[in-house]
Design a protein around this ligand. Sequence first.
Ligand code: ADP
Ligand code: MG
Length: 258
Amino acid sequence: MLRISNLHASIAGKEVLQGINLELKSGEIHAIMGPNGAGKSSLSNVLMGNRSYQVLSGEVTLDGIDLLTLPTYQRAAAGLFLAAQDPMEIPGVPLRSLLREALIAQGRGVEAEETSLNARLELEADSIGVPTMMLDRAVNVDASGGEKKRLETLQLSILQPRIALLDELDSGLDVDALRDVARRVERQAHAPEVGTEAIGVVAITHYRRLLDELHPDAVHILVNGKIVKSGGLEIADELERDGYGAYVEEDAGEFIFP
Ligand code: ADP
Ligand code: MG
């Protein structure tokens, strides 16, 4: 279980997380929606340990392990995975090598063994429409926005973390890719393959369409660094209809209209 309690954090002197509380169990998919600049990417960055952010107070634990004291690679080893909003390009490092080294670093040498890893990679790449030649290209270099999102999903399916943070995984994907990627992720959470554990997913998105495929167990609205409402899919419908107006105004308490 990932447990976030009263998390406050700032970047460049601005408090972008103002008391986040969230509990997520494996097998659950939680969607986070919110206007631009609400703090959604900040939350995923703080959870993963981006050192540009300063944690002011609060607690984050994964299966009881205090994540906030750990460097990023140890958070990854503890089972946390981030598909970033803007995936990083890594010149000179082929995706296949990255994944092999990541598995070895996590003590999963058996899975990193060449024949079995290659077989899995081909299978997974095929299921989400990644051409196999991309496995031997430098990670994300010369890839389109949509291709990067597929490559992130491929990493997720190979690394099988405990908790996956997906920051706008749907952005830049065409309808078919969106469906393939969302179904792959949903399967890992709601219907894992025999012998693998269900993962927990935090999916940040602006679009109801992703949620139609992901079937989230909960939807949260994040505004001004706080979760202001939680519920089910009806929340996404409400946002599609009415926008964030109600929440944004509520928060800007000083505004008095004549
Ligand atoms: P979201 O992902 O919800 O659109 P972000 O978490 O990216 O929002 O940003 C939250 C706020 O933090 C925004 O006001 C943004 O301008 C600010 N912010 C993010 N990164 C930086 C930075 N490196 N320096 C200064 N402000 C930042
Ligand atoms: Mg963002």
